[in-house]
Design a protein around this ligand. Sequence first.
Ligand SMILES: CC(C)(COP(=O)(O)OP(=O)(O)OC[C@H]1O[C@@H](n2cnc3c(N)ncnc32)[C@H](O)[C@@H]1OP(=O)(O)O)[C@@H](O)C(=O)NCCC(=O)NCCS
Length: 171
Amino acid sequence: MELIFEKLDKAKHNRDDFDCGVPVLNHFIQTRANKEMKQHLNSTFVAVPSIFNHPQLKPIAGYYTLSMSALAFVSVPENLKRHIPPSYPIPTARIGRLARDIRYPRIGGQILRDALFRILDQNRNIGIYGVQVDAKDETAKKFYQKYGFIELLDAHEQLFLPIKTILQMNP
Ligand SMILES: CC(C)(COP(=O)(O)OP(=O)(O)OC[C@H]1O[C@@H](n2cnc3c(N)ncnc32)[C@H](O)[C@@H]1OP(=O)(O)O)[C@@H](O)C(=O)NCCC(=O)NCCS
């Protein structure tokens, strides 16, 4: 399915109908995402099908949120932090939430790729050593691991992808 990615705009996007099957992620896009963006806590990007019937509001097929973060030096596996001074925190971009609507199966990979390439683009202006995600369960973990994310040493539900890995991906 061809998707267009846009920054969430409550005047343009139909937040109320979004249903990924996980109430807390539905609730976030419906009630918190816009507020948190205004507070500069994170930014939400939505995937919109390129063709849709709804006359007023565009359907949201999926979404993800991005914010800046950092990891403690000790959290990152040894082979991924060679030549970094141990006193440094590891600067990361964080995908706090990522979900797709149950009516749009098999687009999770496209959504994640858009997030990763947007982060790569930001890396031109601000140092980002890697991407951090919280995998809320084993299914989410397997999904991220498929793209090369690895477990952190001290929190196995947190996963990390070096920016170098994104550089090697085909856009
Ligand atoms: C996790 C989620 C985004 C995956 O979306 P999806 O549309 O099923 O993903 P895709 O079909 O595009 O899968 C992309 C790749 O990951 C793989 N994958 C997806 N789920 C997987 C799983 N549970 N185990 C192993 N691989 C998996 C797919 O096989 C696919 O690889 P392929 O292209 O080689 O076949 C989706 O299930 C979802 O929104 N779940 C609810 C919210 C959630 O759990 N979010 C994640 C953490 S906040």
